[in-house]
Design a protein around this ligand. Structure first.
Ligand code: NAP
Ligand code: MG
Length: 472
């Protein structure tokens, strides 16, 4: 076996000691502040303003003015130029953004560098292209923007979720007020600085940092639409809060995806897909393949190879380029993962973890595989949102589909088989917004993403995603 020498990332981004709220193109202070830490060391990275209800109202007013006087009346061609400029600046500053994201979130630099930041830039490029072609999107001859959009995002892909939200909203002529998650505001604030550098008209993008109360104040404010990504519980509260108002809503919520391995699957490839499906981003992925459904006749072989492969994952310093699995984002999330894992043990499932050293400080959880899982167990039903895989077996394709669909969620699913006909047969029956075949966790700005059932409604990305930001 190879030993890996440390390969630390050497660039350090310019992180300010303190960040204000970004309202009307300027950073302004607020009465209260809070800290953001690096979850891999527990060091404080910076302090940041907490937006009050009055700050929310000010930001929405700034966004309203910008929408009515500048951004709404502007031609799509001109709006597209700004989006291209933002995309290019993101590319230029990619390394700085990647390191900053790793430090604030705990995810490995390999992922921020090769996935989060390039995919965020891709979303701006893609939507820049739509800005002057909205009349050809199949959504009417002259689709109009909705106005001001309030956007609330989670901590698992801070910059990427920002891009998923802001790029289509701006392309369609809306202005935005966005609240990043409390534990990961850094790249949103760096993005605000980037908007200044791009000469984006003041008020088109406003960033309000804060906790859940800031988020709910934004939902209750005078916005025309709410776009939310986060947990099903908060999504439900938001749906209630806007019921009876004229506000439009899209909700991207949780998941408990089935990753189905049939007996004719290419096993090595499937094992890579299983590992990517659940251990990518520490399993903090809404569409993570957290339930492995494997056909009984190949279960033993798949599990043996899976354990071998998981034993090779390198867990540790997110800024080491060799690291596969980084830190858990917060003490609270670590507690939740630990509690659900304990529940799995308590209910009689068998737990397996590779031997690996964990750093002393910070929040860490070993990659974990549960076998002997029954459908009724909490680890088979609830979203763990961590590096924990629950393995179930099945005998027939029909049983696989029945088990896969036995969940209140419906965000994603994976199918592994060498037969195209089986892929189509399964995809037709799986109740999930996305079905991947012989691959997992593939994303593209041109491809719509979103859920069924308790995973939410509305689509992000692609032509379909534009509909959420237009009055059609
Ligand atoms: P969360 O608790 O729902 O938080 C998401 C965002 O909402 C955060 O910015 C949060 O602020 C804010 N918030 C909390 N309470 C609020 C309220 N009452 N009103 C308005 N906003 C409120 O979710 P999380 O635990 O951070 O994120 C993980 C969840 O997101 C998982 O369930 C995951 O599946 C889901 N997710 C879904 C997708 C998708 O596309 N479907 C993508 C990524 C994640 P604070 O940060 O201060 O709590
Ligand atoms: Mg942080």
């Amino acid at each position: 076996m190879f030993e890996y020498a440390p390969a630390p990332e050497s660039v350090r981004p310019q992180i300010k000691e303190h960040y204000g709220l970004f309202i009307g193109g300027e950073f302004v202070d607020a009465e209260h502040v809070f800290k953001s830490i690096n979850p891999s060391t527990e060091e404080v990275l910076f302090t940041v303003a907490e937006a009050s209800e009055a700050d929310v109202a000010r930001a929405v007013a700034a966004a309203r003015k910008a929408q009515e006087t500048v951004w709404g009346p502007m031609s799509g061609t001109e709006r597209g130029k700004y989006l291209f400029r933002i995309a290019r600046l993101l590319q230029e500053k990619a390394r700085e953004f990647a390191v900053a994201e790793s430090m604030d979130n705990g995810k490995p630099i390999k992922e921020t560098r090769d996935f989060d930041v390039p995919t965020a830039a891709q979303h701006f490029f893609y939507h820049a292209g739509w800005a002057d072609k909205l009349a050809y999107a199949g959504l009417g001859a002259d689709p109009k923007p909705l106005g001001v959009v309030g956007q609330v995002i989670p901590w698992n892909f801070p910059l990427l979720m920002l891009a998923w939200k802001i790029a289509p909203a701006l392309a369609c002529g809306n202005t935005v007020v966005l609240k990043p998650a409390e534990t990961t505001p850094l790249t949103a604030l760096m993005f605000a600085e980037l908007c200044q550098e791009a000469d984006l008209p003041p008020g088109v993008v406003n960033i309000l940092t804060g906790a859940g109360t800031t988020g709910s104040a934004l939902v209750d404010s005078a916005v025309d639409k709410v776009a939310f990504t986060g947990s099903t519980a908060v999504g439900r509260a938001i749906a209630k809060a806007v019921a009876g108002s004229k506000k439009k809503v899209t909700l991207e919520l949780g998941g408990k995806a089935a990753n189905i391995v049939f007996d004719d699957a290419p096993i090595d490839q499937a094992v890579e897909g299983i590992v990517n499906g659940i251990f990518f981003n520490q399993g903090h992925v809404c569409c993570a393949g957290s339930r492995l459904l494997v056909q009984e006749s190949v279960a033993e072989e798949v599990l043996a190879r899976l354990k071998e492969r998981v034993s090779l994952l390198r867990v540790g310093d997110p800024l080491d380029k060799n690291t596969d699995v980084g830190a858990i984002n917060s003490a609270e999330q670590l507690e939740r993962i630990t509690a659900l894992t304990e529940a799995g043990r308590g209910e009689g499932a068998e737990v397996w973890q590779p031997a690996c050293d964990l750093p002393e400080n910070g929040f860490w959880f070993r990659p974990t595989v549960f076998t002997g899982v029954q459908q009724s167990m909490r680890i088979a039903q609830e979203e763990i949102f961590g590096p924990v895989l629950s393995v179930l077996t099945f005998r027939t394709p029909d049983e696989a589909i029945a088990k896969a669909n036995n969940t209140p969620y419906g965000l994603s699913a994976g199918v592994w088989t060498e037969k195209g006909s089986k892929i189509l047969w399964a995809a037709e029956r799986l109740r999930a917004g996305v079905v991947w075949a012989n691959t997992f966790n593939q994303f593209d700005a041109a491809s719509p993403f979103g859920g069924l059932k308790e995973s939410g409604y509305g689509r992000e990305g692609g032509r379909q995603g534009l509909e959420a930001y237009l009055d059609v």
